[in-house]
Design a binder for this molecule. Structure first.
Ligand code: FAD
Ligand code: NAP
Length: 331
């Protein structure tokens, strides 16, 4: 048996039948016996059960930097830790990812949900992604366009059946600092360089989010719902202070954390699971939680939010059961 405890930031005591750290494509003995799953650090995953198969751990290392004159071209192994990459880049004067500071997890997982924070998305900087198709064994390179990056979305999420194992991520950065300071907490500050932005982002996050080393969690459990104008008007009539952000033509993003808070679910505890006192969107393991307790709390929150606002919450975290990925509605 292979413990998945180091590979899920919820801190759940779950196991896989076997585990392989993939340091190069040659560690992948294709074709693979079903079932298998790909995992980085498990900071966007909820294991709902033990896994009756092989966990493939992304372990490809290496950071190569080329200065082309007007930009920096960077190729990074999927198993590198994103936050360590940011530190390495900033030390070399390469800026762009500072708003993504302190997001846990690997570089290989970053394009999967096009991670984002404080108005910056990783897809803004990705030029291509190198991967192995685990079914055919083919090496594929997806251009930025082919990655189809959207809001916490990508080709990899839209085509889960393709089983693409990301090996390298290629990124391009301008050779000057372009600040992104539109979010509250950043916009009123005198942040003169990328190091200052990183320090501020880290301070903001430390105040608001639980550190998975001490409190098990997988960040935002649910996505921010994106709704139409009628829904916004209906809700604003009753809750004029409800935060709303534009999200494309006639689409509006609501803050899931605000909805959960107003549905009286902030800081609650059910069994050994709970919601974080400073950000209700984060479900936490209060110690010794079992997977079903996290699921049950998530379901309760969905019911309360739907009841109060008529809005459906959908998990952002990926759910893995005994034989592979499972849908929220099937639990
Ligand atoms: P995992 O959780 O291991 O995997 C996530 C998914 O990607 C799985 O479906 C897995 O199969 C797949 N995957 C992983 N590696 C590969 C690979 N090499 N090839 C193919 N598929 C792969 N996310 C944000 O977007 N913004 C935030 O600000 C943010 N803040 C967070 C704060 C906290 C405290 C926590 C715990 C999480 C936060 N997250 C955030 C979520 C999470 O950190 C990111 O989604 C991160 O990219 C997950 O990386 P990981 O290596 O842990 O991936
Ligand atoms: P926050 O600043 O309190 O904002 C609440 C929500 O409102 C966020 O989800 C954010 O959407 C949205 N928002 C705020 N200002 C916005 C603006 N100027 N333009 C568009 N949308 C805006 O959020 P927080 O909880 O402290 O998190 C801060 C950032 O870290 C956010 O970007 C959040 O996504 C990210 N984060 C993500 C995770 C995760 O697991 N995915 C976990 C923790 C933090 P967006 O989420 O679209 O930015």
């Amino acid at each position: 048996m292979f413990s998945l405890l180091p590979y899920n930031t919820f801190g759940l005591e779950v196991q896989a039948d076997a585990g392989v750290v993939v340091r190069s494509r040659h560690d992948l003995q294709l074709p693979l016996a079903d079932p298998y799953l790909i995992i980085g650090r498990g900071s966007d995953v909820l294991f709902t059960d033990d896994f009756a198969g092989t966990a493939l751990i992304a372990g490809v290392r290496g950071i190569e930097v080329q200065h082309t004159g007007r930009s920096f071209e960077v190729r990074v192994g999927a198993g590198e830790i994103l936050d360590e990459l940011i530190v390495t880049l900033l030390q070399q004067g390469i800026t762009g990812l500072e708003n993504l500071s302190a997001i846990p997890g690997t570089v290989g997982a970053a394009p999967i949900q096009n991670i984002g924070a404080y108005g910056v998305e990783i897809g803004d900087y990705i030029t291509s992604v190198e991967a192995v198709d685990l079914r055919s064994g083919q090496y594929v390179i997806l251009s930025r366009e082919e990655c189809c990056f959207g809001y916490r979305d990508s080709y990899f999420k839209q085509h889960k059946e393709e089983k693409l194992f990301v090996l390298y991520v290629n990124l391009s950065f301008p050779d000057r600092f372009i600040p992104h300071l539109t979010y509250q907490g950043l916009k009123d500050k005198e942040l003169k360089d990328a190091q200052a932005v990183r320090a501020e982002v880290m301070a903001l996050r430390a105040r608001k989010l639980p550190d998975p080393r001490f409190v098990g969690n997988a960040g935002s459990f649910f996505k921010n719902p994106v709704v139409d104008k009628n829904t916004v008007e209906r809700l604003r009539a009753q809750w004029p202070d409800m935060p709303v952000f534009t999200a494309g033509k006639d689409r509006y993003k609501l803050a899931a954390g605000w909805l959960i808070d107003k549905a009286d679910c902030r800081g609650i505890t059910h069994g050994h699971a709970g919601t974080w006192e400073h950000q209700a969107l984060v479900l936490v393991n209060r110690g010794q939680a079992k997977p079903h307790e996290i699921v049950s709390l998530g379901k309760y929150i969905c019911t309360e939010v739907a009841h109060k606002f008529g809005v459906e919450l959908v998990p952002e975290v990926r759910l893995y059961g005994r034989y592979g990925e499972v849908e929220w509605n099937s639990l």
